[in-house]
Each structure stands twice: as structure tokens, then as C-alpha cells.
Unconditional design. Sequence first.
Length: 387
Amino acid sequence: MNSYLSTTFGFFLSIFLIPACSSTDRELPDEVKKLDNLTIHEINSTPISSITLTKAVTFENSSEVIFGQLNEIDVDNSGTVYVVEGSDGNEGIYVFDAEGAFINKIGRTGRGPGEFQALFDIDVFGDQIFTLDGTLLRIQVFSSETYNSIHEANLDPGQWDFSSERTMTFPNKFHVLNDSTILGIFNHYTFDMDTWSYYHLDMNGNVTSERLLTHDYIKHLKTGDGSQSFFDPFGGRGLMALSTDNQIFTAWSKDLLFKVYDSDGTYLRAFYHPFDNSNLSRDEALNFYDNEPFKNALRNEGIPDKWRAFDHLIIDNNNNLWISTITDDREIYEWWIMDTYGNLQAKFKWPRGKEIHEIKNGFAYVLETEEDTGLQEVIKYRIQWSD
């Protein structure tokens, strides 16, 4: 669908579907009610297609590759696969061709050029591989031809540690927007809530903008005496994804509300799907961790009766949004695929243990654990669409 038709379709949906949804007697969340340029979709929208995933290639351990703790996966336009290894003493990036053959390993553990302490994120842009080291506070750039380090940029905490009530702020994610600008996402930790803040950086790591955008990332549950806190395992998560035209999609995953911003943080539009969150029993909640302080914190904050709506937000290179909705079967996600206005393209069931990390050029790249050996591996699945 071209951009004009997408915009027009979204506009008419926003007019005609709001009365349809209100007729179901389902109360809209306050956050939804106050938004401008909003599309509300029908309850239980019917997808226009179906998809299946068929195993195509396995990227696995070998004499040259020792997977320990795989964190991120990125894929370039040629199908070359970059797998981030984060196990202690074995940090680096494994590089494979599109058919699964090992090519090289980028980097090693250390603090010098071409070395890592804690690889938080990776972004392949053109013929360069950008990496974010959260411990060294460093963006390092490698050539995709020689795999050598060609540029380093040190991050200055004084430029983004913004809160007068701060306890800790650190770089969390980043995306290369163009040849001169990086979108940096920083996590601000407090006792109550982690939040994300977005800034533009230049290629030397300097902040070149005011704070563009901020949103909650994860809530903390606190014990009654305030001595301990835990990440809330049931409530929403602040998620984001970047489209190929550098639009920022954010969501608080308690419900299916998605906000869209341009790369300067200017709000553009939003879309919402009414959704029945999976029930959460008191026993399931209290026994989620076998930890008495956690149970104390949960009772102190109030035991929820519902799970969040979904766990993952990914945008493929065709700008389809993929989200993993939480079902009553704790072993299975129902993945939804939507266009950038929230129109439902397809749904499919998929095991939670097979974690989809990247979708590009008709393939899904999935992190799995081999049942017999317990070793991690990356599987490339072909995506097949049908009417």
C-alpha cells in the first residue's frame, strides 16, 4: 500500500471505527482517549493473510564458533548475519554468510581498539558495523569488508545524565539514522521506575540535541519496608522500534497502543487495538519467583489479575510491525504482523522458547536452545505468506 493510501485508510479508520468500538461498551484507556490523530481498530480484527515459518539455515557451534550467551542479531542487505556473543571472556561478534558458513569473529574481550567489555547493541549501516559497549561507554565502528575497527566514539555521561533525582543513567540502545547522526537511547534508573530518554548524537558520541523523547521502560516492585525492589515481571514494558524511514514506534506493552514519532521526537500519530489480556492468578503471580522478598513486594504493590499484552516489538525491512502477544498457554506466543497504521496483516502461533530477534528480506532469525545439548543456536526461517 503506498503512503497516500495508507494515510487515507488510517484517517477513515479513525473516523469510522471509534463509534464501532464504543458500541461494544469497552471503556478506552485514558491514555488512548487523549491522543490526537488516533486510529482505533476493531476488536478481534481479522488478518488479511496467513504465514508459516520454515527452517532454512542453522548457525551453530563448531570448532571455530563457541556460543555462550547470545544477545543480539543483525543482518545486512546481502544476508550476512552478525551474532553478538556476550559471555564473560568471549565477547565479540560472530559473522556468517547467508548460507550459514562462519566467516570471522569481530573483536575480543578487552578495553583497547577492537575490544569489548559489554556489548549492549549492534547496528549494521551500509558497509559499517556500529557497536555499543555499555561498560566502556563507547561506540565502536568496524568495516564489514576487513572487520577492523575504523572509528571510536566515547560517550560523555555529563551530556545525558539529566535528572536531579538520578541514581544511575547508562546507554541502552542506539540506531544509526544517517551518515552523521545516531539516535541514542539512555536508561535512567530510579527506585520506582526505569525510563528511556532519546537524544541525537554525532559520530563522535557528542549529544547534538535536546532530549527528543522520554517514556517509561519498566516499573519496580518495592517491599513494604522499602529495602528492596524488583522489576515487575507482569506489567508493561517500554518498547521501541525504528522503521526504514526513521520513524520511531513506541509502546507501553500493557496494551496494544502504539505511538509514532519522527526522528526528531515529534509526535505523528497513534493506533490502538482493543485486546483481552491473559488472566493472571494469584498463585501464578506469587510463585513466579521462589523468593520471599519478591512476594512481599508483590503484595505491597498489589497483585495484578492480568498479564501485559505483549513482549516483543520488531519492525522488518518492509516496515511491518511484529509483536508477540501473551496467550493463556504460557509456552506459546501469538505473533501479530501489522502495517505502520496498525492494520492487521497476519497472525501465527509460535513457541516462546524460539525467540525471534530479526526479520529481514523474507526471513526470520530466531535464537533457540538445542534440546539435547542445551547449546544456543541461531535458526534462519523462511517466511511464507498466503491468502
